[in-house]
Design a protein around this ligand. Structure first.
Ligand SMILES: NC(=O)c1ccc[n+]([C@@H]2O[C@H](COP(=O)([O-])OP(=O)(O)OC[C@H]3O[C@@H](n4cnc5c(N)ncnc54)[C@H](O)[C@@H]3O)[C@@H](O)[C@H]2O)c1
Length: 338
């Protein structure tokens, strides 16, 4: 693990995943930062490091080379810009920005910087995602023709009152598209390649009166290689169901169910990857969404070997652009980008 000292900004819900991963990987977590001093102190105590309340102090710290951003969406760009300007590597939580315009600004700054910026799209590291990408790349199943992605999750009023930056255009930058389903949008664009057109729509079906942003969205996405994807996402379901992802090729179809991957050719179905919660797999927890450790390990390995981290700012921006195109197609561009 890298010798560089690390700091994490934002000690809320996602913080423990970063702190635990760093600890498990033998990283050097030197400071945690939260504008709420009670949260900063509690986190510092739990991980035996220093507590700060102003992230700008990190810029002056020679003992800190990497800064993880686990803050509300609208703070990612100003914080990342300040850290890159100070020569710190940045690993930001998704989405890299709360608007496409801001994200573009950050991608340009990151390209000019001598430091690296990575975006936390950890689902690319899930075993089924890796296998699906290999099969798209190899052409083993013929040309990719279509994809289907369905995200049906549950978020209630308490989720939004607990962190008031959520649910607002100015601070979250969008709803289910920018926060929950951004991972799935990222997988679709990663697997499908260059996008040529997007037609979609967003609505607030379940949480009207509680949030400004959308809780439900759908889209049809056309790719330069001729493939088409249909996408549906909602925070208005009664529970958090496993994401349903299907890829149709000329010579077969792949289906991800939880963390297992199935290949169907004609009437024959084969298990390509057997997840821990499938009848064929060992007992344990589902892998879906639990790849923070893999991503963080890879980020630090890239820093160690001075090689580019694959999910850089330009790569992280693609999902933000896709979300922006769905808003625009839905006529919500003015609210989303004002
Ligand atoms: N990759 C994933 O699967 C995943 C899952 C959950 C959340 N996230 C992302 O993590 C980020 C944080 O989400 P969360 O759910 O942990 O939010 P949260 O509201 O639980 O935590 C945010 C923390 O940031 C702190 N903060 C706010 N302003 C600050 C400032 N100026 N300086 C320092 N600290 C400040 C808050 O006090 C709070 O403790 C978001 O980008 C979110 O989308 C990613």
């Amino acid at each position: 693990m890298n010798e560089l000292g690390a700091a994490i900004v934002g000690c809320g819900s996602i913080f423990p995943l970063h702190a635990k991963a760093l600890t498990e990987l033998g990283g050097r977590l030197r400071a945690v930062v939260d504008s709420d001093p009670v949260r900063a102190q509690a986190a510092a105590q739990a991980y035996g490091c220093e507590a700060l309340t102003d992230y700008r102090e990190l810029a002056l710290r020679a003992d800190i080379g990497v800064v993880h951003l686990c803050t509300p969406h609208h703070l990612h760009v100003p914080m990342a810009l300040a850290m890159l300007a100070a020569g710190k590597h940045v690993l930001t939580e998704k989405p890299m920005s709360h608007t496409y315009r801001e994200g573009l600004k950050l991608a340009e700054a990151a390209a000019r910087s001598g430091a690296q910026l990575g975006v936390c799209f950890q689902n690319r590291y899930n075993d089924p995602s890796v296998r699906m990408k290999e099969l798209v790349r190899s052409g083993e199943l013929g040309r990719l023709i279509g994809m289907k992605a369905v995200v049906t999750w549950h978020r209630d009023e308490a989720y939004y009152t607990q962190s008031p930056w959520r649910g607002k255009w100015a601070t979250e930058g969008g709803g289910v598209l920018m926060n929950q389903a951004i991972h799935t949008l990222d997988l679709l664009q990663w697997l499908g390649g260059e996008i040529v057109s997007v037609r979609g729509s967003v609505t607030t079906d379940a949480l009207g009166g509680c949030i400004e942003v959308e809780d439900t969205a759908h889209a049809r996405i056309s790719f330069a290689n001729g493939a088409a994807a249909v996408f549906y996402a909602t925070n208005g379901f009664v529970e958090n169901s496993p994401i349903d992802l299907e890829l149709v090729f000329e010579g077969g179809r792949l289906a991800q169910r939880r963390d297992s991957l199935y290949l169907r050719k004609g009437e024959e179905e084969e298990v390509l990857l057997c997840g821990v919660d499938a009848p064929c797999g060992p007992p344990g927890k589902s892998y879906w969404g639990s790849s923070h450790v893999s991503l963080i390990r890879d980020f630090y390995a890239c820093l160690d070997s001075d090689t580019p981290f694959p999910i850089d700012a330009w790569e992280g921006l693609k999902a933000v652009k896709l979300a922006a195109d769905i808003y625009e197609s839905s006529g919500t561009a003015v609210r989303a980008f004002s």
